[in-house]
Design a protein around this ligand. Sequence first.
Ligand code: ATP
Ligand code: MG
Ligand code: MG
Length: 353
Amino acid sequence: GAAIGIVGGGQLGRMLASAAARLGFRTLVLDPDPTCPAAQLANELIRGAYDSREGLAELGRRTSVVTYEFENVPVEPLRALSRTCPVFPPVEALEVAQDRVVEKAFLNGIGIATAPWRAVDDAAELAHAHLDLGTDTILKTRRLGYDGKGQATIRRDALTDGAFESLGAVPAILEGRVPFEREISVIAARSRSGEVVAFDPAENRHGAGILRRSTVPATISAPVRAAAVETAGRILDRLGYVGVIGVEFFVADGERLLVNEIAPRVHNSGHWTEAACCVSQFEQHIRAVAGLPLGSGTRHSDCVMENLIGDEVRRAAALLAEPDVMLTLYGKAEARPGRKMGHWTRLLPLSRA
Ligand code: ATP
Ligand code: MG
Ligand code: MG
């Protein structure tokens, strides 16, 4: 049968490999760590760095399409591969999502609102931008941040010396801190033929920068829900996207939507789809990149998904005893603090289709 290459062997790669297997595909995963979560479920692990030219070339030779589960894959080796083998989502989309300044400029350029922001490349620019924004702000590295790493909040009247250096003195973005009421996300997919399907928005709660809980449906009005889904669709179209994307939003003043960031991959706030939808985000992504028709995105239940972080994984046995709970563990041996070990979804009666 056909084979799919996946760059990155974390839990997202593991769940993609599982969905691919259900549709009859073989999977080859590229990861440097032979004990990575995807290694247990992929047909083959190709050992190598995510940007290893030999590793990527082998994926390209032995599979009919290559995708990735991880947004910090170096772009150039992947671009080189894309000349000989289909790579989805397109490398141009990955490039936009990897740099918070490029990402926000792209969004604003297609008429999508974000937090106010300034690019800051040194301490003097930071001081100027902080004054200019005039609110509490959040300083973030332009690249490589995830789970709230590489970020620092700066109070309106409390910019101190060393703030720029505290993030490693690397190119950064300063964002106005949005006094949001809630955070939501839309997980959506675009097929090779340009069809777009979205799941219902989830409402997300974070703790210490890490996603803790996603609730579906989100507590938002029908117009806000429709606007969020429309915005995700516009992003997909403008990127010529193929695959699943996660679009994170702030909802302020009841109805104002600002995009926080986009993730060019399956997304933690879409894990509930494996329990509450006929076709999960993982299967949807495999369908999209493999050129198959997309699933419907319809939900058969309301639900709440929670991550098991660090030693919370001890709750696993108790969760298994609960009815209407679907538990997924990532097969990680060591429960380090802040490490995502698994998640669970509680199904609830459908309130609204
Ligand atoms: P992820 O793991 O989602 O990729 P990340 O490290 O890229 O996370 P962000 O999504 O930018 O980080 O920020 C993490 C969280 O911090 C957000 O979900 C939100 O709760 C808060 N946050 C980030 N930027 C802002 C902002 N401009 N105003 C208010 N809160 C913010
Ligand atoms: Mg992010
Ligand atoms: Mg985020």
